[in-house]
Write a protein that binds this ligand. Structure first.
Ligand code: ZN
Length: 172
């Protein structure tokens, strides 16, 4: 079990477009297990590989409620092939933007084509929290953050706050 450090803004890697996973092999399985450990430890309900500094199109999600059995989901090379016109609003946060939350409106239902952890192609139809979480994490693979969906003024305030914090860190 390895808990990997999670990168936070303004790390430029978070703005990079992740590359497709080419092979589902034991190295990838290890990375998936480390990402799940990292997500549960944080704790969070979703994590994209780029957040642990691996810019590959891979994410893990678990939207099970507290007290329920864990339901880890793995999405390799996920692609949204359909989104509903219905929209829903959730208050979102991000492990890469600690302690900041804002309401984001997104399609309420999405259908995602992806590989599972065995490399088998799957179609997942998601609604509710899972639909929002999937879209948030797939955004990460494209270098997009949830603050890109809020007003420019609010976004600039958040970025400024984290940039200042990063500058005031002393490197020796
Ligand atoms: Zn995030």
């Amino acid at each position: 079990m390895t808990i990997k450090p999670i990168i936070i803004i303004p790390d430029p890697l978070l703005r990079q477009v992740s590359k497709p996973v080419e092979r589902v092999d034991s190295d990838l399985t290890h990375l998936i297990d480390d990402m799940l450990d990292t997500m549960y430890d944080a704790p969070g309900i979703g994590l994209a590989a780029v957040q642990v500094a691996v810019p590959r199109r891979l994410l893990v999600i678990d939207v099970s409620k507290e007290g329920e059995d864990k339901q880890p989901l793995v999405f390799i090379n996920p692609e949204i092939i359909r989104s509903s016109e219905d929209r829903s609003v959730y208050e979102e946060g991000c492990l890469s933007i600690p302690d900041y939350y804002a309401e984001v409106e997104r399609p309420a239902t999405v259908t995602v084509k992806h590989l599972d952890r065995l490399g088998k192609e799957q179609l997942t139809e998601a609604d509710g929290l899972l639909a929002t979480c999937l879209q948030h994490e797939i955004d990460h693979l494209n270098g997009v953050l949830f603050i890109d969906h809020i007003s420019r003024l609010k976004r600039e305030m958040v970025i400024k706050k984290f940039s200042k914090a990063a500058k005031s860190k002393v490197t020796v």
